[in-house]
Design a protein around this ligand. Structure first.
Ligand SMILES: Nc1ncnc2c1ncn2[C@@H]1O[C@H](COP(=O)(O)OP(=O)(O)O)[C@@H](O)[C@H]1O
Ligand SMILES: [Mg+2]
Length: 602
């Protein structure tokens, strides 16, 4: 499509997905271009001395110098409106699902398809107050972000139709009645003649505006005990999950995508193997949200940029994803976005930078790698949206350091911009202790901010987490001694620490993503288990102090039972769990009585 505003240039040089073109001096940085005879989608990423550097999002095989480049004078944008949820996109918001089905392959070069179904009609319900004011001739003020009505996008998601933040606003001159509309149809007009549709475009590299950033206050419950209790993430927080190959980055992100209590999930499969994305595609629609009882796809958007797709599309996929996340945040929803893996994204950045002949910095990454990472993570947060409602974006980025070495640039720079660090431990993974989140190296800086939330649910949360983490630290020191001189050198009062640490690891921290009961642990169950183990420890230590040999405690039947609570009792079966605790206390009571008597006799 060539219109009056288009600028036409010519390709002068080709370097993989990076092209150089002349004649585009009048265009803007980050303008979208159609490149060559098959009109491949590209973006101007540098303008210097009349030469435009263009990154092409599609396979450039066969492209020749001299082919034309058409610039439409608009930035790379995503389309935002009902119909995003449940879709799987590539990095530039082309729906892949239909193409997977029809051709079994990826998009054809230059292929365009509407980002959201243009034919589908949505039931639009105008805002009652707005409709009344407009129809009675009173001014109803609108500005960017004003909600003018709703569409039930899926059974779980009420989609608020908002005025684009780019609209000047004023008062509404007209608002549509309740009815069925496509995303292209106009549902309101301002008195300045601005048209408001069910959808609008937004440039992916520009963060969507909000009214105010707020401090975080609520956890993002993931159902994974090591996360929720030890290293919690907040709604609006940022987390990194670094780990070598096969340590469980993808599994952990999938578990969070499935079970966390966000309203919307944006999952970006970024540069990883294609079959992982296929797994997601086949598995997610089958899964049921434990809270709503509905399919998890009814709250999920997938972005797939597997290793065999163009690197430029991978570079931009993070921005597309976070823009979709911001759009739902702006409606007042809690969004969680996962990127697997940000290292592959950084590698795309490195490749593109190399082709642009930029000066490389550490390990060949461009000097702006930290800036780009910061720009991505900074779009997380808890905000008051323009519409006045509270929304949040939590960001979880997987990092795959080569050789699992966390001192490399992507892990190190990421650490500066995140506040929650789930360090995957090779030794734990080798021992098949999953999730292999190491409790010594990992941290969360959100514990204080979200503590009031937990205090309302169960005030033991902070006590038991601090006690358990402390105990595991002591265990680590004791293990060093054991390695040197053997366990027999330790007194029973210290060996009980090793016993309890095993219980924490096996009965609390280990959580199989494949166990039907244990894959998702409700907060109440999480605390019940850990509180029981810590109470066992406290009482057992006291009994040992009063003379009982360690083996008496180790041989108690309840010990095994406590470790199996996680996989035996469903979340709702709190009575079953309480009964285990009762039996534990009876057995400990008995032991205590025996040794109290012994004490008295002496
Ligand atoms: N929570 C978990 N429960 C059970 N198995 C797990 C868990 N996390 C990881 N695994 C095992 O580890 C393997 C590798 O995990 P994966 O997430 O693919 O690693 P990565 O993405 O870091 O390369 C999985 O195939 C699975 O067998
Ligand atoms: Mg992986």
């Amino acid at each position: 499509m060539i219109d009056n505003e288009s600028v036409i240039g010519r390709v002068t040089r080709i370097s993989g997905p990076i092209l150089f073109a002349e004649g585009l001096g009048a265009c803007g940085l980050y303008d979208v271009v159609d490149v060559g005879d098959s009109a491949l989608i590209g973006e101007i990423i540098r303008l210097k001395n009349g030469i435009a550097t263009i990154q092409v999002y599609e396979d450039v095989t066969g492209m020749r110098v001299g082919e034309k480049v058409v610039c439409h004078r608009r930035p790379l944008s995503v389309r935002l409106g009902p119909g995003l949820i449940g879709t799987i996109y590539d990095g530039i918001q082309r729906p892949l699902e239909t193409l997977f089905e029809s051709s079994g392959a990826f998009l054809l070069p230059g292929e365009r398809s509407a980002p959201i179904n243009a034919e589908k009609k949505w039931r639009f319900v105008p805002d009652a107050a707005a409709l009344e004011q407009v129809s009675s001739g009173q001014p109803f003020p609108v500005s960017g972000g004003t909600v003018i009505g709703t569409v039930q996008e899926t059974a779980s998601v009420t989609h608020r139709i908002m005025v684009s933040p780019d609209v000047r606003g004023g008062t509404l001159a007209w608002l549509a009645d309740e009815g069925d509309y496509t995303v292209n149809e106009i549902v309101a007009k301002t008195e300045l003649g601005e048209e408001i549709r069910l959808s609008h475009w937004w440039p992916v590299r520009r963060a969507r505006p909000f009214r105010e950033k707020m401090t975080v206050s609520e956890p993002l419950i993931t159902g994974q005990r090591v996360i929720d209790v030890f290293f919690p993430l907040s709604k609006g927080g940022t987390a990194a999950i670094p780990g070598g190959f096969g340590t469980g980055k993808t599994m952990t992100q999938h578990a969070i995508a499935k079970w966390c209590d966000a309203d919307i999930i944006v999952y970006i499969g970024c540069g990883e193997r294609g079959n992982e994305m296929t797994d997601v595609l086949s598995e997610f629609p089958e899964l049921i949200d434990p809270r709503s009882g509905r399919s998890l796809m009814e709250r999920t958007i997938l972005i797939a940029n597997t290793s065999n797709m163009p690197v430029s599309a991978r570079e931009v996929s993070l921005y597309s994803g976070i823009t979709l996340a911001e759009y739902y945040r702006d409606m007042g929803l809690a969004v969680a976005i996962m990127a697997d893996s940000t290292s592959r994204w950084a590698e795309a950045l490195r490749e593109l930078s190399g082709r642009m002949e930029e000066m490389p910095a550490e390990e060949g990454f461009p000097a702006y790698l930290p800036t780009r990472l910061a720009e991505f993570y900074e779009r997380a947060g808890r905000v008051t949206a323009l519409c006045g409602k509270e929304g949040s974006i939590s960001v979880i980025g997987a990092v795959s350091p080569p050789g699992g070495d966390f001192s490399e640039p992507v892990t190190q720079h990421t650490k500066r911009f995140i506040r929650c660090f789930w360090a995957l431990d090779r030794d734990l993974a080798n021992a098949r202790h999953y999730p292999a989140i190491g409790w010594i190296e990992s941290y969360s800086e959100y514990a204080d901010e979200i503590r009031p939330w937990w205090d309302r649910l169960d005030p033991q949360w902070n006590t038991v987490r601090v006690q358990a983490l402390e105990l595991l630290k002591r265990e680590q020191r004791l293990q060093q001694i054991v390695r040197l001189i053997g366990p027999d050198a330790l007194p029973d009062t210290e060996r009980i620490i090793l016993v309890t640490a095993e219980m924490i690891k096996n009965g609390f921290l280990q959580q199989s993503a494949f166990d039907d009961i244990d894959m998702f642990s409700e907060p109440a169950k999480q605390i019940m288990i850990l509180a029981m183990i810590m109470s066992f420890h406290e009482r057992a230590s006291r009994i040992i102090k009063s003379g009982a040999p360690l083996m008496k405690v180790v041989n108690l039947a309840c010990r095994e039972e406590i470790v199996r609570v996680k996989t035996t009792y469903k979340n709702e079966d709190t009575a079953g769990i309480a009964a285990v605790e009762l039996r534990m206390n009876q057995q400990l009571d008995e032991l205590e009585r025996m040794y109290r008597k012994a004490e008295v006799r002496e």
